[in-house]
Design a protein. Structure first.
Length: 561
Protein backbone atom coordinates (compact mmCIF):
# COMPACT_ATOMS: atom_id res chain seq x y z
CA UNK A 1 0.00 0.00 0.00
CA UNK A 2 2.86 2.33 0.79
CA UNK A 3 4.48 4.11 -2.13
CA UNK A 4 7.68 6.15 -2.03
CA UNK A 5 6.99 9.57 -3.53
CA UNK A 6 10.10 9.45 -5.70
CA UNK A 7 9.02 6.53 -7.91
CA UNK A 8 5.56 7.95 -8.72
CA UNK A 9 4.75 10.05 -11.78
CA UNK A 10 2.05 12.57 -10.91
CA UNK A 11 -0.11 13.88 -13.77
CA UNK A 12 -1.75 16.59 -11.62
CA UNK A 13 -1.10 18.08 -8.22
CA UNK A 14 -2.78 20.41 -5.75
CA UNK A 15 -2.69 21.29 -2.07
CA UNK A 16 -6.07 19.62 -1.55
CA UNK A 17 -7.44 16.80 -3.69
CA UNK A 18 -11.19 16.28 -3.23
CA UNK A 19 -12.70 13.00 -4.44
CA UNK A 20 -16.28 13.62 -5.60
CA UNK A 21 -18.17 16.77 -6.60
CA UNK A 22 -21.40 15.97 -4.76
CA UNK A 23 -23.11 17.71 -1.84
CA UNK A 24 -19.99 17.54 0.35
CA UNK A 25 -17.34 17.83 -2.36
CA UNK A 26 -18.87 20.94 -3.93
CA UNK A 27 -19.01 22.68 -0.56
CA UNK A 28 -15.41 21.79 0.28
CA UNK A 29 -14.22 22.88 -3.17
CA UNK A 30 -15.79 26.30 -2.65
CA UNK A 31 -14.63 26.78 0.94
CA UNK A 32 -11.07 25.44 0.59
CA UNK A 33 -10.40 27.62 -2.46
CA UNK A 34 -12.17 30.69 -1.05
CA UNK A 35 -9.23 32.72 0.26
CA UNK A 36 -6.98 31.91 -2.72
CA UNK A 37 -4.23 30.56 -0.47
CA UNK A 38 -4.41 26.91 -1.55
CA UNK A 39 -4.80 25.07 -4.83
CA UNK A 40 -7.75 22.68 -4.92
CA UNK A 41 -8.43 19.85 -7.38
CA UNK A 42 -11.83 18.11 -7.56
CA UNK A 43 -11.94 14.64 -9.11
CA UNK A 44 -15.32 13.62 -10.57
CA UNK A 45 -16.12 10.51 -12.59
CA UNK A 46 -19.52 11.71 -13.82
CA UNK A 47 -20.23 14.17 -16.61
CA UNK A 48 -22.08 17.44 -17.04
CA UNK A 49 -25.28 18.36 -15.19
CA UNK A 50 -26.46 20.65 -17.99
CA UNK A 51 -29.86 19.75 -19.45
CA UNK A 52 -33.57 19.78 -18.55
CA UNK A 53 -33.65 16.30 -16.99
CA UNK A 54 -31.48 17.52 -14.10
CA UNK A 55 -32.25 21.24 -13.95
CA UNK A 56 -36.06 21.02 -14.18
CA UNK A 57 -37.40 20.20 -10.69
CA UNK A 58 -40.51 18.32 -11.84
CA UNK A 59 -38.34 15.96 -13.94
CA UNK A 60 -36.76 14.51 -10.79
CA UNK A 61 -37.71 10.90 -11.57
CA UNK A 62 -35.59 10.85 -14.74
CA UNK A 63 -31.95 11.46 -13.72
CA UNK A 64 -32.17 8.98 -10.86
CA UNK A 65 -33.00 6.26 -13.36
CA UNK A 66 -30.49 7.19 -16.06
CA UNK A 67 -27.20 5.27 -16.24
CA UNK A 68 -25.61 8.48 -17.49
CA UNK A 69 -26.19 10.20 -14.12
CA UNK A 70 -26.38 7.33 -11.63
CA UNK A 71 -23.78 4.78 -10.45
CA UNK A 72 -26.48 2.13 -10.77
CA UNK A 73 -25.84 0.42 -7.43
CA UNK A 74 -28.27 -2.16 -6.11
CA UNK A 75 -28.55 -4.00 -2.82
CA UNK A 76 -27.85 -7.63 -2.12
CA UNK A 77 -31.10 -9.63 -1.82
CA UNK A 78 -32.92 -8.45 1.30
CA UNK A 79 -34.01 -11.44 3.37
CA UNK A 80 -36.83 -9.60 5.17
CA UNK A 81 -38.24 -8.16 1.92
CA UNK A 82 -38.81 -11.48 0.13
CA UNK A 83 -35.23 -11.31 -1.17
CA UNK A 84 -35.96 -8.21 -3.25
CA UNK A 85 -32.95 -6.26 -4.51
CA UNK A 86 -33.57 -2.53 -4.13
CA UNK A 87 -32.00 0.25 -6.14
CA UNK A 88 -29.39 2.38 -4.36
CA UNK A 89 -29.00 5.41 -6.63
CA UNK A 90 -25.96 7.68 -6.12
CA UNK A 91 -25.17 10.63 -8.36
CA UNK A 92 -22.48 10.03 -10.99
CA UNK A 93 -22.54 13.58 -12.33
CA UNK A 94 -21.30 17.03 -11.37
CA UNK A 95 -23.17 17.83 -8.14
CA UNK A 96 -23.37 14.14 -7.24
CA UNK A 97 -26.62 13.05 -5.60
CA UNK A 98 -27.69 16.70 -5.16
CA UNK A 99 -28.13 16.66 -8.96
CA UNK A 100 -30.44 13.62 -8.99
CA UNK A 101 -32.25 13.82 -5.64
CA UNK A 102 -35.82 14.88 -4.87
CA UNK A 103 -34.65 18.39 -3.82
CA UNK A 104 -36.30 18.11 -0.41
CA UNK A 105 -34.51 20.22 2.20
CA UNK A 106 -34.56 19.02 5.81
CA UNK A 107 -31.94 19.99 8.37
CA UNK A 108 -32.77 17.18 10.76
CA UNK A 109 -33.87 17.60 14.37
CA UNK A 110 -31.67 19.36 16.92
CA UNK A 111 -31.65 16.20 19.03
CA UNK A 112 -30.12 14.21 16.15
CA UNK A 113 -26.94 16.24 16.48
CA UNK A 114 -27.00 16.16 20.28
CA UNK A 115 -27.03 12.37 19.85
CA UNK A 116 -23.96 12.61 17.58
CA UNK A 117 -22.18 14.55 20.33
CA UNK A 118 -23.24 12.02 22.99
CA UNK A 119 -21.99 9.12 20.87
CA UNK A 120 -18.46 10.53 20.63
CA UNK A 121 -18.64 13.14 17.84
CA UNK A 122 -17.52 15.90 20.19
CA UNK A 123 -18.28 19.37 18.89
CA UNK A 124 -21.16 18.24 16.64
CA UNK A 125 -24.09 19.00 18.95
CA UNK A 126 -26.99 21.12 17.70
CA UNK A 127 -25.41 24.23 19.24
CA UNK A 128 -22.24 23.51 17.25
CA UNK A 129 -23.79 22.67 13.87
CA UNK A 130 -26.65 25.18 13.78
CA UNK A 131 -24.36 28.08 12.69
CA UNK A 132 -23.15 25.98 9.75
CA UNK A 133 -26.69 25.29 8.57
CA UNK A 134 -27.24 29.03 8.81
CA UNK A 135 -24.01 29.83 6.93
CA UNK A 136 -24.95 27.48 4.10
CA UNK A 137 -28.39 28.80 3.26
CA UNK A 138 -30.46 31.66 2.03
CA UNK A 139 -33.93 30.88 3.31
CA UNK A 140 -36.96 32.05 1.33
CA UNK A 141 -40.00 31.84 3.58
CA UNK A 142 -38.53 30.20 6.68
CA UNK A 143 -39.39 31.43 10.17
CA UNK A 144 -37.38 34.55 10.96
CA UNK A 145 -35.34 34.71 14.16
CA UNK A 146 -35.05 30.92 14.23
CA UNK A 147 -31.53 30.53 12.92
CA UNK A 148 -32.37 30.51 9.23
CA UNK A 149 -29.69 31.80 6.87
CA UNK A 150 -30.01 34.99 4.86
CA UNK A 151 -26.89 35.08 2.71
CA UNK A 152 -25.62 31.54 2.06
CA UNK A 153 -25.04 29.94 -1.35
CA UNK A 154 -27.81 27.33 -0.92
CA UNK A 155 -31.21 28.81 -1.75
CA UNK A 156 -34.02 27.04 0.11
CA UNK A 157 -37.57 27.83 -0.96
CA UNK A 158 -41.11 26.50 -0.90
CA UNK A 159 -43.52 25.42 -3.59
CA UNK A 160 -46.61 27.58 -4.26
CA UNK A 161 -48.97 24.98 -2.72
CA UNK A 162 -51.68 26.01 -5.17
CA UNK A 163 -53.30 22.57 -5.20
CA UNK A 164 -56.00 22.42 -2.47
CA UNK A 165 -54.80 18.94 -1.49
CA UNK A 166 -51.62 20.39 0.04
CA UNK A 167 -53.70 22.43 2.46
CA UNK A 168 -56.08 19.52 3.11
CA UNK A 169 -53.14 17.37 4.27
CA UNK A 170 -51.99 19.97 6.81
CA UNK A 171 -55.57 20.61 7.97
CA UNK A 172 -56.17 16.86 8.37
CA UNK A 173 -53.09 16.54 10.54
CA UNK A 174 -54.38 19.34 12.73
CA UNK A 175 -57.84 17.74 12.91
CA UNK A 176 -56.21 14.48 14.02
CA UNK A 177 -54.74 16.42 16.96
CA UNK A 178 -51.19 16.88 15.71
CA UNK A 179 -49.13 20.04 15.82
CA UNK A 180 -48.74 22.37 12.87
CA UNK A 181 -45.48 24.15 12.14
CA UNK A 182 -44.65 27.05 9.83
CA UNK A 183 -41.05 25.96 9.50
CA UNK A 184 -39.83 22.45 10.33
CA UNK A 185 -36.28 23.71 9.62
CA UNK A 186 -36.67 26.39 12.28
CA UNK A 187 -36.97 25.59 15.97
CA UNK A 188 -40.15 23.52 15.69
CA UNK A 189 -39.77 20.47 13.51
CA UNK A 190 -42.76 18.64 14.94
CA UNK A 191 -46.02 19.05 13.07
CA UNK A 192 -47.68 19.44 9.68
CA UNK A 193 -46.73 22.28 7.37
CA UNK A 194 -45.07 23.42 4.14
CA UNK A 195 -42.18 21.37 2.73
CA UNK A 196 -38.94 23.07 1.71
CA UNK A 197 -37.01 22.48 -1.48
CA UNK A 198 -33.62 23.30 -2.96
CA UNK A 199 -35.13 25.09 -5.95
CA UNK A 200 -34.16 28.62 -6.96
CA UNK A 201 -35.62 30.71 -9.78
CA UNK A 202 -37.36 27.60 -11.04
CA UNK A 203 -34.18 25.48 -11.23
CA UNK A 204 -32.78 22.61 -9.18
CA UNK A 205 -30.40 24.33 -6.78
CA UNK A 206 -27.87 21.52 -6.44
CA UNK A 207 -24.60 21.84 -4.52
CA UNK A 208 -22.97 22.24 -7.95
CA UNK A 209 -25.14 25.25 -8.81
CA UNK A 210 -24.83 26.72 -5.31
CA UNK A 211 -21.15 26.13 -4.54
CA UNK A 212 -19.03 24.47 -7.20
CA UNK A 213 -19.76 26.27 -10.45
CA UNK A 214 -19.41 29.83 -9.12
CA UNK A 215 -16.10 28.81 -7.49
CA UNK A 216 -14.64 27.23 -10.65
CA UNK A 217 -14.02 30.77 -11.91
CA UNK A 218 -11.15 30.93 -9.39
CA UNK A 219 -7.66 30.22 -10.70
CA UNK A 220 -6.82 28.02 -7.71
CA UNK A 221 -9.72 25.57 -8.24
CA UNK A 222 -9.79 22.94 -10.99
CA UNK A 223 -11.93 19.93 -11.78
CA UNK A 224 -10.74 16.80 -13.54
CA UNK A 225 -12.74 13.90 -14.97
CA UNK A 226 -11.41 10.51 -13.86
CA UNK A 227 -12.18 7.33 -11.92
CA UNK A 228 -10.46 7.21 -8.53
CA UNK A 229 -9.07 3.76 -7.71
CA UNK A 230 -7.46 4.21 -4.27
CA UNK A 231 -5.61 6.57 -1.95
CA UNK A 232 -1.80 6.54 -2.18
CA UNK A 233 0.35 6.57 0.96
CA UNK A 234 3.93 7.24 1.88
CA UNK A 235 4.17 5.22 5.08
CA UNK A 236 0.91 6.13 6.80
CA UNK A 237 0.59 9.59 5.25
CA UNK A 238 -1.80 10.08 2.32
CA UNK A 239 0.11 11.70 -0.57
CA UNK A 240 -2.47 11.50 -3.36
CA UNK A 241 -4.75 9.15 -5.25
CA UNK A 242 -4.46 6.62 -8.03
CA UNK A 243 -6.82 7.40 -10.89
CA UNK A 244 -7.90 5.83 -14.15
CA UNK A 245 -8.68 7.57 -17.43
CA UNK A 246 -9.61 5.12 -20.15
CA UNK A 247 -7.07 2.30 -19.88
CA UNK A 248 -4.40 4.49 -18.28
CA UNK A 249 -3.73 4.29 -14.55
CA UNK A 250 -2.16 7.52 -13.27
CA UNK A 251 -1.36 9.33 -10.03
CA UNK A 252 -2.52 12.66 -8.62
CA UNK A 253 -0.54 14.35 -5.84
CA UNK A 254 -2.02 16.07 -2.77
CA UNK A 255 0.48 18.32 -1.00
CA UNK A 256 -1.67 18.88 2.07
CA UNK A 257 -4.58 16.44 2.25
CA UNK A 258 -6.79 14.02 0.38
CA UNK A 259 -10.47 14.68 1.12
CA UNK A 260 -12.98 11.88 0.42
CA UNK A 261 -16.47 13.09 -0.47
CA UNK A 262 -17.40 10.14 -2.68
CA UNK A 263 -20.67 9.05 -0.94
CA UNK A 264 -21.50 6.60 1.82
CA UNK A 265 -21.09 3.81 -0.74
CA UNK A 266 -17.88 4.86 -2.53
CA UNK A 267 -15.96 6.46 0.37
CA UNK A 268 -15.80 3.25 2.46
CA UNK A 269 -15.03 1.32 -0.73
CA UNK A 270 -12.05 3.62 -1.41
CA UNK A 271 -10.86 3.36 2.18
CA UNK A 272 -10.89 -0.44 1.98
CA UNK A 273 -9.17 -0.52 -1.42
CA UNK A 274 -6.50 1.70 0.18
CA UNK A 275 -5.89 -0.72 3.07
CA UNK A 276 -8.09 0.96 5.71
CA UNK A 277 -10.86 -1.22 7.08
CA UNK A 278 -11.61 -4.54 8.82
CA UNK A 279 -8.26 -6.38 8.64
CA UNK A 280 -9.66 -9.87 8.03
CA UNK A 281 -11.94 -8.67 5.22
CA UNK A 282 -9.09 -6.79 3.54
CA UNK A 283 -6.75 -9.81 3.73
CA UNK A 284 -9.50 -12.02 2.30
CA UNK A 285 -9.59 -9.66 -0.67
CA UNK A 286 -5.80 -9.70 -1.08
CA UNK A 287 -5.32 -6.14 0.22
CA UNK A 288 -2.39 -5.18 2.46
CA UNK A 289 -3.69 -3.74 5.77
CA UNK A 290 -2.54 -0.20 6.51
CA UNK A 291 -4.97 0.56 9.37
CA UNK A 292 -7.31 -1.99 10.94
CA UNK A 293 -10.59 -0.07 11.30
CA UNK A 294 -13.51 -2.50 11.68
CA UNK A 295 -16.00 0.38 11.38
CA UNK A 296 -15.23 0.98 7.69
CA UNK A 297 -18.31 -0.20 5.80
CA UNK A 298 -20.21 -1.00 9.00
CA UNK A 299 -23.12 0.97 10.56
CA UNK A 300 -24.89 1.37 7.16
CA UNK A 301 -28.28 3.01 7.63
CA UNK A 302 -31.13 4.25 5.43
CA UNK A 303 -34.73 5.39 5.58
CA UNK A 304 -37.45 3.19 4.14
CA UNK A 305 -40.85 4.47 3.09
CA UNK A 306 -44.22 3.31 1.79
CA UNK A 307 -46.54 5.12 -0.60
CA UNK A 308 -50.06 5.19 0.88
CA UNK A 309 -52.37 6.06 -2.01
CA UNK A 310 -55.95 7.27 -2.03
CA UNK A 311 -58.24 7.88 -5.00
CA UNK A 312 -59.37 11.49 -5.44
CA UNK A 313 -62.99 12.23 -6.32
CA UNK A 314 -62.18 15.59 -7.92
CA UNK A 315 -60.08 15.94 -11.10
CA UNK A 316 -57.55 18.25 -9.43
CA UNK A 317 -54.49 16.01 -9.13
CA UNK A 318 -51.42 15.87 -11.35
CA UNK A 319 -52.86 12.76 -13.05
CA UNK A 320 -54.28 14.96 -15.81
CA UNK A 321 -50.73 16.23 -16.49
CA UNK A 322 -49.15 12.81 -17.08
CA UNK A 323 -50.02 12.68 -20.80
CA UNK A 324 -47.42 13.66 -23.39
CA UNK A 325 -49.24 16.82 -24.49
CA UNK A 326 -49.46 18.22 -20.94
CA UNK A 327 -45.86 17.26 -20.25
CA UNK A 328 -44.78 19.12 -23.39
CA UNK A 329 -46.68 22.25 -22.28
CA UNK A 330 -45.20 22.08 -18.77
CA UNK A 331 -41.75 21.55 -20.25
CA UNK A 332 -42.11 24.48 -22.63
CA UNK A 333 -43.27 26.87 -19.90
CA UNK A 334 -40.35 25.77 -17.76
CA UNK A 335 -37.80 26.08 -20.60
CA UNK A 336 -38.89 29.60 -21.52
CA UNK A 337 -39.98 31.06 -18.18
CA UNK A 338 -38.70 28.69 -15.42
CA UNK A 339 -42.25 28.77 -14.05
CA UNK A 340 -45.32 26.55 -13.79
CA UNK A 341 -45.58 22.96 -12.58
CA UNK A 342 -42.11 22.20 -13.94
CA UNK A 343 -40.55 24.59 -11.42
CA UNK A 344 -41.48 22.53 -8.33
CA UNK A 345 -40.62 19.00 -7.18
CA UNK A 346 -44.34 18.79 -6.18
CA UNK A 347 -43.41 17.87 -2.59
CA UNK A 348 -44.99 20.95 -1.04
CA UNK A 349 -46.53 19.71 2.23
CA UNK A 350 -44.83 17.65 4.90
CA UNK A 351 -45.10 16.40 8.44
CA UNK A 352 -42.84 15.19 11.22
CA UNK A 353 -44.66 13.40 14.03
CA UNK A 354 -43.92 11.17 16.99
CA UNK A 355 -45.03 7.54 16.93
CA UNK A 356 -46.00 7.17 20.58
CA UNK A 357 -45.87 8.72 24.04
CA UNK A 358 -42.36 8.71 25.49
CA UNK A 359 -40.70 9.53 22.17
CA UNK A 360 -39.12 12.95 22.73
CA UNK A 361 -38.97 14.20 19.15
CA UNK A 362 -40.39 13.16 15.77
CA UNK A 363 -39.55 9.72 14.43
CA UNK A 364 -41.96 9.58 11.47
CA UNK A 365 -41.71 11.67 8.31
CA UNK A 366 -44.35 12.41 5.66
CA UNK A 367 -43.91 13.74 2.14
CA UNK A 368 -47.30 14.52 0.56
CA UNK A 369 -47.87 14.41 -3.20
CA UNK A 370 -51.03 15.41 -5.13
CA UNK A 371 -50.82 12.40 -7.47
CA UNK A 372 -50.69 8.64 -6.98
CA UNK A 373 -47.41 7.62 -8.62
CA UNK A 374 -44.14 5.89 -7.77
CA UNK A 375 -41.07 7.99 -6.97
CA UNK A 376 -39.32 6.62 -10.06
CA UNK A 377 -42.19 7.78 -12.27
CA UNK A 378 -43.31 4.23 -13.03
CA UNK A 379 -46.78 2.77 -12.67
CA UNK A 380 -49.02 5.75 -12.00
CA UNK A 381 -52.23 4.59 -10.36
CA UNK A 382 -55.23 4.61 -12.70
CA UNK A 383 -57.05 7.90 -12.38
CA UNK A 384 -56.88 10.79 -9.96
CA UNK A 385 -55.32 10.17 -6.58
CA UNK A 386 -52.98 11.51 -3.91
CA UNK A 387 -50.40 9.87 -1.71
CA UNK A 388 -48.25 10.18 1.36
CA UNK A 389 -44.74 8.79 1.53
CA UNK A 390 -44.33 7.67 5.12
CA UNK A 391 -41.69 5.87 7.12
CA UNK A 392 -39.98 5.64 10.53
CA UNK A 393 -36.86 7.78 10.87
CA UNK A 394 -34.73 5.85 13.35
CA UNK A 395 -34.75 2.14 12.53
CA UNK A 396 -32.19 0.19 14.55
CA UNK A 397 -31.37 -2.06 11.58
CA UNK A 398 -27.75 -1.77 10.43
CA UNK A 399 -26.01 -3.00 7.31
CA UNK A 400 -22.61 -3.18 5.65
CA UNK A 401 -20.64 -2.15 2.58
CA UNK A 402 -18.02 -4.77 1.70
CA UNK A 403 -15.67 -5.28 -1.23
CA UNK A 404 -16.79 -7.85 -3.78
CA UNK A 405 -13.14 -8.07 -4.88
CA UNK A 406 -9.97 -5.97 -4.90
CA UNK A 407 -10.80 -4.68 -8.39
CA UNK A 408 -11.57 -0.95 -8.04
CA UNK A 409 -13.93 -1.11 -11.04
CA UNK A 410 -16.20 -3.67 -9.38
CA UNK A 411 -19.13 -2.26 -7.35
CA UNK A 412 -19.14 -3.09 -3.64
CA UNK A 413 -21.61 -5.44 -2.00
CA UNK A 414 -24.38 -3.38 -0.38
CA UNK A 415 -26.20 -5.19 2.43
CA UNK A 416 -28.65 -2.95 4.29
CA UNK A 417 -30.31 -5.73 6.34
CA UNK A 418 -33.55 -3.79 5.90
CA UNK A 419 -36.34 -4.55 8.41
CA UNK A 420 -34.06 -6.83 10.46
CA UNK A 421 -34.76 -5.26 13.85
CA UNK A 422 -37.72 -6.51 15.89
CA UNK A 423 -39.30 -3.04 16.03
CA UNK A 424 -39.26 -2.41 12.26
CA UNK A 425 -42.51 -4.16 11.26
CA UNK A 426 -44.61 -2.80 14.17
CA UNK A 427 -43.25 0.69 13.45
CA UNK A 428 -44.27 0.48 9.79
CA UNK A 429 -47.71 -0.95 10.60
CA UNK A 430 -48.24 2.07 12.84
CA UNK A 431 -47.24 4.40 9.97
CA UNK A 432 -49.84 2.83 7.66
CA UNK A 433 -52.64 3.00 10.24
CA UNK A 434 -51.73 6.56 11.17
CA UNK A 435 -51.84 7.62 7.52
CA UNK A 436 -55.30 6.08 7.18
CA UNK A 437 -56.40 8.05 10.22
CA UNK A 438 -55.10 11.30 8.67
CA UNK A 439 -56.67 10.61 5.27
CA UNK A 440 -59.90 9.83 7.15
CA UNK A 441 -60.19 13.35 8.60
CA UNK A 442 -62.88 15.84 7.60
CA UNK A 443 -60.41 17.93 5.57
CA UNK A 444 -60.29 15.14 2.97
CA UNK A 445 -64.05 14.46 2.88
CA UNK A 446 -64.58 16.37 -0.39
CA UNK A 447 -61.62 14.64 -2.08
CA UNK A 448 -61.45 11.12 -0.67
CA UNK A 449 -62.25 8.12 -2.87
CA UNK A 450 -61.31 4.52 -2.16
CA UNK A 451 -57.89 3.55 -0.81
CA UNK A 452 -55.72 2.49 -3.75
CA UNK A 453 -52.85 1.02 -1.79
CA UNK A 454 -52.44 -0.91 0.38
CA UNK A 455 -56.24 -1.22 -0.10
CA UNK A 456 -58.89 -1.27 2.62
CA UNK A 457 -58.85 -5.09 2.81
CA UNK A 458 -55.20 -5.06 3.92
CA UNK A 459 -55.89 -4.55 7.61
CA UNK A 460 -54.52 -7.31 9.87
CA UNK A 461 -50.96 -7.23 11.21
CA UNK A 462 -50.16 -10.22 9.01
CA UNK A 463 -51.60 -8.63 5.85
CA UNK A 464 -49.84 -5.33 6.53
CA UNK A 465 -46.50 -7.12 7.09
CA UNK A 466 -46.94 -8.88 3.76
CA UNK A 467 -47.65 -5.57 2.05
CA UNK A 468 -44.58 -3.99 3.66
CA UNK A 469 -42.34 -6.85 2.50
CA UNK A 470 -43.58 -6.49 -1.05
CA UNK A 471 -43.76 -2.73 -1.38
CA UNK A 472 -41.46 -0.87 1.01
CA UNK A 473 -38.92 1.26 -0.88
CA UNK A 474 -35.69 3.01 0.02
CA UNK A 475 -35.93 6.77 0.48
CA UNK A 476 -32.33 6.83 -0.81
CA UNK A 477 -30.67 8.14 2.37
CA UNK A 478 -27.68 5.80 2.87
CA UNK A 479 -25.17 6.94 5.48
CA UNK A 480 -23.00 5.95 8.44
CA UNK A 481 -20.36 3.72 6.82
CA UNK A 482 -17.28 5.55 8.18
CA UNK A 483 -18.71 6.95 11.36
CA UNK A 484 -17.29 9.83 13.32
CA UNK A 485 -16.46 9.13 16.94
CA UNK A 486 -13.98 9.14 19.79
CA UNK A 487 -10.42 7.90 19.23
CA UNK A 488 -10.98 5.05 21.70
CA UNK A 489 -14.15 3.84 19.92
CA UNK A 490 -13.02 0.78 17.91
CA UNK A 491 -15.90 1.30 15.43
CA UNK A 492 -15.11 4.98 14.77
CA UNK A 493 -13.43 5.66 11.42
CA UNK A 494 -12.90 9.42 11.62
CA UNK A 495 -12.29 11.69 14.61
CA UNK A 496 -14.44 14.78 15.29
CA UNK A 497 -12.27 16.75 12.85
CA UNK A 498 -13.11 14.22 10.11
CA UNK A 499 -9.54 12.83 10.04
CA UNK A 500 -9.28 9.11 9.30
CA UNK A 501 -8.03 7.44 12.49
CA UNK A 502 -4.74 5.54 12.14
CA UNK A 503 -3.32 7.49 9.17
CA UNK A 504 -2.60 11.16 8.42
CA UNK A 505 -3.38 13.50 5.53
CA UNK A 506 -6.79 11.90 4.85
CA UNK A 507 -10.30 13.01 5.75
CA UNK A 508 -13.85 11.89 4.99
CA UNK A 509 -16.48 14.64 4.96
CA UNK A 510 -19.65 13.12 3.46
CA UNK A 511 -22.68 11.25 4.87
CA UNK A 512 -20.44 8.22 5.57
CA UNK A 513 -19.35 9.91 8.79
CA UNK A 514 -22.84 10.33 10.30
CA UNK A 515 -22.85 8.35 13.58
CA UNK A 516 -26.62 7.96 13.23
CA UNK A 517 -29.02 8.89 10.46
CA UNK A 518 -30.77 12.23 10.90
CA UNK A 519 -34.48 12.98 10.71
CA UNK A 520 -35.53 13.43 7.11
CA UNK A 521 -33.65 13.86 3.86
CA UNK A 522 -29.86 13.96 4.04
CA UNK A 523 -28.83 16.65 1.54
CA UNK A 524 -29.08 19.47 4.11
CA UNK A 525 -27.01 17.68 6.79
CA UNK A 526 -24.47 16.61 4.12
CA UNK A 527 -23.94 20.24 3.13
CA UNK A 528 -23.70 21.35 6.78
CA UNK A 529 -21.17 18.60 7.50
CA UNK A 530 -18.90 19.74 4.67
CA UNK A 531 -19.24 23.39 5.74
CA UNK A 532 -18.00 22.52 9.23
CA UNK A 533 -15.39 20.04 7.95
CA UNK A 534 -13.94 22.79 5.73
CA UNK A 535 -13.23 24.91 8.80
CA UNK A 536 -11.52 21.91 10.44
CA UNK A 537 -9.41 21.25 7.33
CA UNK A 538 -8.30 24.89 7.13
CA UNK A 539 -7.66 25.04 10.88
CA UNK A 540 -10.03 27.98 11.17
CA UNK A 541 -11.72 29.13 14.33
CA UNK A 542 -15.10 27.38 14.45
CA UNK A 543 -18.33 29.33 14.21
CA UNK A 544 -19.54 30.44 17.63
CA UNK A 545 -22.09 28.08 19.15
CA UNK A 546 -25.79 28.82 18.90
CA UNK A 547 -27.91 29.44 21.98
CA UNK A 548 -31.20 28.67 20.18
CA UNK A 549 -33.34 26.02 21.85
CA UNK A 550 -35.45 23.59 19.81
CA UNK A 551 -39.17 23.25 20.54
CA UNK A 552 -39.93 19.97 22.29
CA UNK A 553 -43.57 18.99 22.70
CA UNK A 554 -44.49 19.55 26.36
CA UNK A 555 -46.81 16.51 26.11
CA UNK A 556 -44.15 14.14 24.71
CA UNK A 557 -44.23 11.83 27.73
CA UNK A 558 -48.03 11.49 27.79
CA UNK A 559 -49.10 11.67 24.16
CA UNK A 560 -47.99 11.15 20.55
CA UNK A 561 -49.62 14.49 19.61
Amino acid sequence: MSHGIDQLQFVQEADYVIVGSGSAGSVAAARLSEDGKYSVLVLEYGGTDIGPFIQMPAALSYPMNMARYDWGFGTAPQANLNNRQLATPRGKVIGGSSSINGMVYVRGHARDFDHWQDSGATGWSYADVQPYFQRAETSHGGASGEGRGESGPLHVGRGPRDNPLFNAFVKAGEQAGFEVTDDYNGLKQEGFGPMEQTVYKGRRWSAANAYLKPSLKRENLRMMSCFVRRVLFDGKTAIGVEIQRGDRVEQVRAHREVVLAASSINSPKLLMLSGIGPARHLRNRGIEVLADRPGVGANLQDHLELYIQQACTQPITLYSKLNLFSKALIGAEWLFFKSGLGASNQFESAAFVRSKPGVEYPDIQYHFLPVAIRYDGKAPAEGHGFQAHVGPMRSKSRGTITLASNDPLEPPTIQFNYMSHAEDFPDFRHCIRLTREIFGQQAFDEFRGKEISPGADVASDEALDGYIRDHVESAYHPCGTAKMGALDDPMAVVDPECRVIGVSGLRVIDTSIFPRITNGNLNGPAIMTAEKASDHILGKELASRSNLQPWINPRWQESDR
